[in-house]
Write a protein that binds this ligand. Sequence first.
Ligand code: ATP
Ligand code: MG
Length: 446
Amino acid sequence: MNIVLPQDVIQIIERLESCGHEAYAVGGCVRDSILGKEPADWDITTSASPEDVKALFTHTIDTGIAHGTVTIMCGKCGYEVTTYRIDGEYKDGRHPESVAFTNLLSEDLRRRDFTINAMAYNQTEGLVDLFGGMQDLQDGVIRCVGEATERFSEDALRMLRAVRFAAQLGFSIEKATYDAICALAPTIARVSMERIMVELVKLLTSDHPEEMRTVYACGLSAVFLPEFDAMMETPQHTVHHQYSVGEHTIHALMAVPAERILRLTMLFHDVAKPVCRTTDEAGNDHFYGHPEIGAEMTGQILRRLKFDNDTIRSVKRLVRFHDMRPVLQEKNVRRSIVKMGLESFPEIFAVKRADTMAQSMYMRQQKLDAIDQFEALYDRMIEKQVCVQKKDLALNGKDLLELGVPQGKKVGEILDLLFAQVIEEPAKNTREELLTEAKRLAAIEK
Ligand code: ATP
Ligand code: MG
């Protein structure tokens, strides 16, 4: 096996070796290289102590010195160099509670989660593969290093990581590893939401977001996302659907581009359906109010999962408006854009298309055509720079003050009235027209 290491990595390894230490590229970068994928970053494992590493290189950062990690800077690129170690128990932080350094590469590889992540490589020794990682890569298998139950008991997050790697690589989870996840799923409750969130996002933005099915089947989502279980268990008896809420959600995830905000939106767009479901006399299900209630639930869930406020705001907005279908005339579309906020665009179109593609065939083409027309009307408005935001008005607060409107809430009120008129009649958005109108309004207000 020959892996082409970046020049920086070769130099770091050679420098360490020339001083009598061992050093290897390790983990994800070795796995991705063998798969012919460009690694996101290159991690190095070494027998040298963190102090030795710092002494040997000019530009270093103490990234996680207590856990043996030093970052070596080569220009703008950073490389994490970690001393061979044996991990103590992981409690709820991102790192194990205690670590012990060792001078055996085999010990360092043994502590790693999966066989495919437990390979090391350098130019002197070639590939070091003590646990059959290469074979598992070829077979497309996620398998724990050592006894699965033991490994998941040390760090419960590994269970979700197994599903995440299956989703990213399109692999299946080996049986003993899978059975251990099912048995130990409840223990993921011990893991911090921050760590869970990182893995969940990687899973959702992967090529196989349908692995959410496995997250449910193993009993993992029951712990940190019971709302997803409720969706999986809610049927939809309506002509518009052919799946349960959960299966519809999974198909919607697959139908939307692998972008973080979009995938999160699809995951939660129907989250309120289980609580909003009513069944009429004819046996048809209805989900009145689910977009609005869903937006509120989404906010609560994302906060619980420790997402940042920007993400929460964006996803909530898209969930809230995912079902908005304006009458396809310019005026109505203008009103909708104002209501939804320009920030919802153009993402809302991807959301609506994915939602439609995950529904039944009933009226599908008509639904898609309507989205196309909605988008065409939106595009034309943007192109013509039609005013859809108060700040696009041809008149501003300063102009009103100059007209003699007293400073204070009056200014805002008049601007609101002008804006409302411009939304109804875009042609009015000229300085002249608005000045006349503002004078009239100011007189009335007095
Ligand atoms: P990615 O491309 O997502 O970064 P990665 O394999 O590099 O994938 P990281 O989470 O960056 O994953 O971890 C780097 C390496 O550290 C892994 O390949 C694995 O060897 C080891 N590792 C990370 N987390 C754990 C864990 N919780 N338990 C055991 N080993 C782990
Ligand atoms: Mg990594």
